[in-house]
Design a protein around this ligand. Structure first.
Ligand code: SAH
Length: 366
């Protein structure tokens, strides 16, 4: 469907007013290369975020508790079969130390993220949840530890975790199987997302944007899925190749969704459009300007916020292990991406007229 300029602007207004579009209309927005239409999309999303949250950005302290993973996702640098990185698992006291440091810096949400540990680690994770929620009753605890059993999700929830991030990555089973080994299935991932809601987590899902083999049709499917699932949080980051994966050279191939752009430009453009689309679809949702966005561009945080994002997740992990949590090449973990670089982040936000808030920022429907 080729729409002219006024029709494209009308689509933005329609999304703003009705909170949903037809599949072919999402497609037109994603493929649109007209700067003024794209700017009006970002502007509508930005205004929606400001109306709901003010010019306040929630900060979440990210503790990367382990890079040990039983999975072998083809795109991920900490996949099981990568023998080139030293593996670590933080001791419980180290994780608590990160949280204490974060608390003194003003964080009121901690996100424990990591590779997928085996079920035998469930007791340790449960204990950690209990200790953190016991010591910091005024803080929210988020987990991002991949696919677990129903019993594990239930135990972690009872132990004090109240939010969980699990990107579905792609809703197309064929595409899913091109990014994951045979033993993983989209079906199980969706089952996990169902369980998270069942046990009362505020749930986050999302995708990598510009991932190998991804088509514009795949992304439209993801938009529709996310609209139906109604997550409280939506994680959208550009795909960035990792040198030790089969996709190491992916950026050398031509971009396919927005021909004429590089992969980096395409992923940036589509990620920002998606942030805006989701802000308009689900105005109350919590949408981070992700580390991957900040890795791709030095002003990635600012761009994400100006497109409608309202969360930043600085890194609270011990500096010594940050290099080993290498999901993708050159992953940012210093400066404004680091908890100890909050002053730099403040300046970034200040430059666009926003400020951080210490509020724990629970999801509230308006
Ligand atoms: N193991 C957990 C959490 C760690 S991975 C999980 O799978 O949920 C966190 C996120 O990093 C993944 O959901 C994926 O979307 C993202 N990621 C992994 N490899 C990436 C890459 N090469 N480029 C960009 N994002 C990547």
């Amino acid at each position: 469907m080729n729409l002219n300029f006024p029709q494209m602007k009308e689509l933005v207004m329609k999304l703003h007013d009705e909170r949903r579009l037809e599949a072919c209309e999402y497609r037109s927005l994603l493929l649109c290369e007209d700067r003024s239409v794209i700017e009006s999309l970002h502007e509508a999303a930005r205004e929606t975020a400001v109306r709901k949250f003010g010019r306040n950005i929630y900060i979440r302290g990210l503790v990367e508790i382990t890079n040990i993973c039983r999975n072998d996702c083809l795109y991920c640098g900490i996949r099981k079969s990568n023998g080139n990185i030293p593996r670590y698992l933080l001791a419980e006291d180290e994780v608590l130390g990160c949280c204490r440091n974060g608390y003194s810096l003003g964080f009121r949400t901690f996100v424990l993220q990591g590779g997928e540990l085996s079920e035998s680690s469930d007791g340790m994770i449960e204990r950690l949840c209990r200790k953190i929620s016991g010591e910091f009753p005024d803080c929210a605890l988020t987990l991002s530890l991949g696919e677990r059993s129903e019993d594990s999700y239930r135990r972690f929830r009872e132990a004090g975790a109240s939010r969980y991030l699990l990107r579905h990555e792609t809703i197309d089973p064929g595409h899913y199987s091109m990014l994951h080994p045979e033993r993983m299935s989209l079906e199980n991932r969706l089952h996990c997302l169902h369980l998270l809601k069942k046990y009362g987590y505020q749930a986050g899902t999302g995708i990598m944007v510009g991932s190998p083999f991804q088509s514009v049709g795949n992304i439209v499917g993801d938009i529709i899925f996310i609209g139906e699932y109604q997550p409280e949080m939506i994680g959208l980051g550009p795909f960035i190749p990792h040198r030790d994966t089969v996709f190491a050279g992916y950026w050398k191939s031509p971009a396919s969704i927005l021909p004429g752009k590089t992969h980096e430009e395409e992923a940036m453009d589509l990620t920002l459009k998606l942030i805006s689309i989701f802000r308009l679809m689900l105005p109350d949702s919590l949408i981070p300007a992700t580390t991957a966005l900040a890795t791709l561009s030095s002003d990635g945080h600012e761009k994400g916020i100006l497109a409608g994002a309202n969360v930043i997740m600085p890194n609270l992990s011990p500096p010594a292990v940050r290099g080993s949590y290498s999901l993708y090449d050159s992953k940012a973990s210093s400066g404004a991406e680091a908890a100890e670089g909050l002053d730099e982040l403040k300046l970034q936000l200040d430059s666009i007229g926003y400020k951080m808030t210490a509020d724990r920022g629970d999801f509230t429907a308006s």
